[in-house]
Design a protein around this ligand. Structure first.
Ligand SMILES: NC(=O)c1ccc[n+]([C@@H]2O[C@H](COP(=O)([O-])OP(=O)(O)OC[C@H]3O[C@@H](n4cnc5c(N)ncnc54)[C@H](O)[C@@H]3O)[C@@H](O)[C@H]2O)c1
Ligand SMILES: [Zn+2]
Length: 355
């Protein structure tokens, strides 16, 4: 289905065939299902029985971003060692982006790397975190600062998981889908706006969410398939994430990742207009879409511009004293093709937008 070297199966009801897919793409003697407490409660038993109860252990972490740490990574890897997991074992990540990022880093590092199959259960993880092989953990200095690129052996996306997903978590997934539209395709942006408006207003979700997942998977896989290690083009996926990661961290992770990205897209598109990069009207259209999704469209009151700038300067996107942003020229068209797909912007411009 994509140009990536591992299968991404998007199909309603495919979770029932987990055991079969896993044995095909990641044959192993034992499986460690890594999941969080909420997802374990809903789907942990079914996952274990699909793989065979005597071959699968379920390792459960507390839900939420605060689990995405080296401490939890240590607890999980110690757990695998004490249970006697060897090189002939594999990991199944079952959950949202937190579980996938963390379990990916466990798989990348355990015994120098064992196979992993991602089973995303949030919209955000289905359309974004499960694709492209970025794994890692947060540190007190910033998000995702320790990690590895690590290809999964396969990805199983079952849209039926979304039936139990709280509505607010659905919104945060829409933030990344809107991002895919902005960075790649005007038509796709419009279709996300209409699908999400329908779903949030109570229209039948199944079909339109499946199409949205397929659309976003195609955008993301198309980009990471051409630049897996973020040497250039892949940087456009960071639209909204330079400011986004800073506000997410400064909120003490009370903002969900998708909420922070929504704020980040709003601010960064205004920066793009003010810096003369984006055509006028781009920022307003992005903000309208964000607000229509019920996502926050401005920086939380009391969060200072100086602190945001300070955090951004210590993030991975700083070079030569300038913060580099992935900015749109218009919806569906990103700037910076001649400068490695980022644009250096003076702090003064960003400060003007933030104040
Ligand atoms: N690796 C990447 O390329 C990439 C891309 C985007 C985001 N991310 C990361 O993803 C993380 C955010 O992921 P997220 O938004 O999925 O958050 P999350 O993993 O915290 O999940 C959100 C909440 O939904 C619950 N949940 C998950 N599936 C459920 C279901 N089917 N039914 C009911 N409840 C369910 C979880 O227990 C959790 O409480 C961030 O850490 C972000 O940095 C990574
Ligand atoms: Zn993101």
């Amino acid at each position: 289905m994509t140009n990536l070297p591992y299968p991404i199966r998007v199909e309603s009801g495919s979770f029932a065939g987990l055991g079969g897919l896993v044995r095909e793409v990641a044959p192993a003697h034992r499986y460690a299902i890594i999941t969080d407490a909420n997802v374990a409660h809903l789907y942990g038993k079914a996952a274990a029985s699909s793989l065979g109860i005597d071959q699968a252990d379920v390792l459960v972490i507390p839900a939420g971003e605060s689990s995405k740490t080296r401490a939890t990574w240590g607890w999980l890897t110690d757990g695998l060692i004490t249970r006697g997991f060897g090189r002939d074992s594999a990991v199944i990540s079952l959950g949202g982006g937190v579980v996938l990022d963390l379990a990916g880093f466990v798989a990348a590092t355990y015994m120098r790397g064992i196979p992993i199959v991602h089973v995303p259960t949030t919209l955000l993880a289905m359309i974004d975190a499960s694709i492209g092989g970025k794994s890692g953990v947060d540190t007190v200095f910033g998000k995702n600062l320790v990690g590895a690129f690590y290809r999964p052996n396969g990805v199983l996306v079952d849209p039926l998981f979304l039936e139990t997903l709280p509505r607010n978590e659905l919104r945060t997934g829409f933030a990344e889908a809107l991002k895919h539209g902005v960075i790649a395709d005007r038509h796709y942006f419009d279709s996300v706006v209409s699908a999400m408006t329908g779903v949030l207003n109570g229209a039948a979700a199944g079909e339109s969410l499946t199409r949205l997942i397929e659309g976003s998977v195609a955008v993301k896989a198309g980009i990471v398939g051409r630049d897996e290690r973020e040497d250039g083009l892949r940087k456009i996926l960071n639209f909204g994430h330079t400011v986004g990661h800073a506000v997410e961290m400064l909120s003490g992770y009370t903002l969900a990742h998708g909420e922070a990205v929504a704020i980040g897209m709003t601010v960064e598109s205004r920066v793009a207009e003010r810096a003369g990069v984006a055509i006028s009207g781009t920022a307003a259209e992005i903000r309208n879409a964000v607000v229509a999704a019920g996502l926050p469209g401005s920086v939380p009151r009391g969060m200072s511009a100086d602190r945001i700038l300070e955090v951004m300067r210590s993030d991975k996107k700083t070079r030569g004293g300038f913060v580099h942003y992935s900015l749109p020229r218009s919806i569906g068209d990103m700037a910076g093709s001649e400068s490695g797909w980022t644009v250096a912007v003076k702090d003064t411009i960003v400060r003007e937008v933030l104040l």
